[in-house]
Design a protein around this ligand. Structure first.
Ligand SMILES: [Zn+2]
Length: 312
């Protein structure tokens, strides 16, 4: 393929938070010049594309950190629509515990559900919807992957296949909207937060969980921070996230570190992804014993949740 054809798939973008074009390089690209975006495996939730990413820059004006240049929009959405991820199904138990833990602090703010409406944006196979419904929420999800949306529907969950931009939801119709590990994958997070703002009732709550590039662990790991990956386009800090929410018409209530649960078996596969052959004996040992099913809490302080209210 000629070099020009490759370049045409890449686009330079202005800062999504403040519109500035002035950036400084944080981490140079680790992707060989002529690779292609067709490899949808990179976009699976459990993808192990560690260490492979485009150039990561920081806006000189507002401090937002993002991937630039990157694959253009249509390539990105096509990739998410084509995603299938059986490994995620195996990891269900860890996700259930993680989402149970996400719901508790949320309900401290909202109180008991009492049949109120919750929207999970990028609900994937619907694990959070299932838990929210069990806790009395009228839970709805939007999901671009055909495969994942179908998995969720088979569980009897309310899932719209598509994105918030195409879903045609009524204005001011939801009490709560959640984005778990979704915002960092979007090509235009500001527009998405504005779409959420539109469908929330006045005073409605948005909850976003993502990685924190300003965390101590991220700063200590530097270019080896495991979340630097091709599928992540935006690397928020709690500060840039709060600034974006304020711009989109929200008032931040609380923001802080929040971990997740994972099985040891899954961590073994991550270990191998990170350390190659060195990790294989660990993965083998976990698979050979019952330890692979053991679920452990992970909190390195580099993931955070923010809760914000729609200004009336
Ligand atoms: Zn900026």
């Amino acid at each position: 393929m000629p070099f020009d054809a490759w370049v045409s798939w890449m686009e330079y973008v202005a800062c999504n938070l403040c519109g500035s074009n002035q950036t400084k390089l944080v981490y140079p690209s680790t992707i060989p010049d002529r690779s292609q975006p067709q490899d949808v495996d990179v976009y699976r939730c459990t993808s192990s594309g560690y260490g492979r990413h485009h150039a990561i820059v920081q806006c000189s004006h507002c401090g937002l950190i993002y991937s630039n240049p990157r694959w253009d929009d249509s390539e990105l959405l096509d990739s998410y629509e084509a995603v299938e991820d059986p490994l995620y199904l195996q990891e269900r138990e860890g996700r259930v515990l993680t989402f149970e833990r996400h719901l508790r602090p949320l309900e401290k703010i909202t109180g008991q559900a009492g049949g109120r409406k919750l929207l999970d944006v990028g609900c994937y196979i619907g694990v959070f919807l299932e838990i929210a419904a069990k806790h009395g929420w009228e839970a709805w999800g939007v999901e671009p992957s055909q495969w994942a949306a179908e998995q969720a529907r088979q569980q009897g969950l309310n899932v719209i296949h598509g994105t918030l931009a195409t879903a045609n939801l009524s204005e001011a119709s939801f009490d709560v909207a959640t984005l778990w590990d979704v915002i960092e994958h979007l090509s235009d997070p500001m527009a998405e937060i504005q779409r959420v703002q539109r469908v929330l009732k006045p005073g409605g709550l948005i909850v976003i969980h993502t990685m924190d590039i300003d965390s101590l662990f991220s700063r200590v790991m530097g270019k080896r921070w495991p979340w630097l990956m091709e599928m992540h386009i935006y690397y928020f800090s709690q500060k840039t996230m709060a600034a974006m929410l304020r711009r989109a018409g929200f008032e931040v209530i609380w923001s802080g570190p929040h971990g997740r649960f994972q099985t040891l078996g899954y961590l073994g596969t991550r270990f191998t992804a990170l350390f190659g052959r060195l990790g294989r004996p660990v993965e083998w040992a976990l698979n050979a014993t019952r330890l692979r099913q053991v679920t452990v809490p992970i909190n390195l302080g580099d993931l955070f949740t923010v809760y914000a209210r729609k200004r009336s």
